[in-house]
Design a protein around this ligand. Structure first.
Ligand code: AMP
Length: 282
């Protein structure tokens, strides 16, 4: 696997691939790769001939009090995993390559409404920073398709909206959440958990699953289901930020007549913020 750090070298590699009529896929990540990321690479390989993974911890999507400085950076291990998985190219730019004029005054992509709910309430600017870097990466690599995880369901929704509304010529593909054996969604942030917190953490997914089962069994008082689950999580030691039964298109609180739902939650365990979601079609 080749590694490039400049946009110029990335473009040279994608031009060469395109000249050979190869279908190009991009898998954007922030590194510290785990089996969830590698599943995206695998999915990309099924649908394309030339797979690019990018690793860039994007300062623009981190709030002032968030974990930018301590976000785990593990390039050597990531590179080994990507090579073993058969990824064709690693794009590993630094901040200067991505923001040569600095970040202040940089053009931002704002994605109204779907950015403003759920995580958007507690992470102002996050989705704008994320959408901006994803748009830049798409323009740099010009892939035929790009793969994102359903684990970050709101992120996926925001990306789909700006790609459609800005007419970007790329297929956005969603890949299912990869979980540990006990149900906890894999995340680079799981390693912040203490052993005690890690033992409690799977309860988040369990409570989303329980709500899903209740809805399938006919329950329609979504607010009551969510409030009850939040109370249970609090008893276990979580500090829930939100837990909402939403419609999948607008990410607004679901109405009884909605047929495609996502039960989404964010909760702190100690200093670690976990997110998860379960999708449901009635
Ligand atoms: P990140 O490095 O956390 O920014 O994630 C990069 C990509 O991997 C995003 O599209 C995430 O949604 C996806 N991803 C992260 N964790 C998982 C997981 N457990 N299962 C599937 N995809 C994931």
């Amino acid at each position: 696997m080749n590694k490039v750090t400049t946009i110029q070298a990335l473009r040279a590699a994608t031009s060469a691939a395109r000249a050979q009529d190869k279908r190009i896929a991009l898998v954007p990540t922030m590194g510290n790769l785990h089996a969830g990321h590698l599943a995206l690479v695998q999915r990309a390989q099924q649908q394309a001939d030339f797979v690019i993974t990018s690793i860039f911890v994007n300062p623009l999507q981190f709030g002032a009090t968030e974990d930018l400085a301590r976000y785990p950076r593990t390039l050597a291990a990531d590179q080994a995993q990507l090579s073993a998985a058969g990824c064709d190219l690693l794009f590993y730019p630094d901040v200067t390559e991505m923001y040569p004029q600095g970040m202040s005054g940089h053009t931002h992509i704002q994605v109204p409404r779907v950015s403003e709910t759920l995580c958007g309430n507690s992470r102002p600017g996050h989705f704008s920073g994320m959408a901006t870097i994803v748009c830049k990466l798409l323009n740099m690599a010009q892939p035929d398709l790009a793969i994102f995880g359903e684990k970050d369901f709101q992120q996926l929704t925001v990306i789909r909206k700006f790609v459609q509304e800005l007419n970007l010529p790329v297929h956005i593909i969603a890949a299912p959440t990869v979980r540990a054996a006990d149900g906890l969604a894999l995340s680079s942030r799981n390693q912040y958990l203490t052993a005690k917190e890690r033992a409690i953490a799977p309860a988040l997914y369990q409570s989303l699953g329980n709500i899903g089962s209740a809805i399938i069994a006919g329950a329609r008082n979504y607010l009551a289901l969510a409030q009850e689950a939040q109370a249970q999580l609090s008893t276990l030691g979580f500090r829930p930020e939100y837990l909402v039964v939403c419609n999948t298109e607008q990410l607004q609180p679901a109405q009884p007549e909605d047929r495609t739902l996502v039960i989404a939650a964010a909760a702190f365990l100690g200093n670690t913020r976990l997110i998860d979601n379960v999708q449901l079609t009635l």
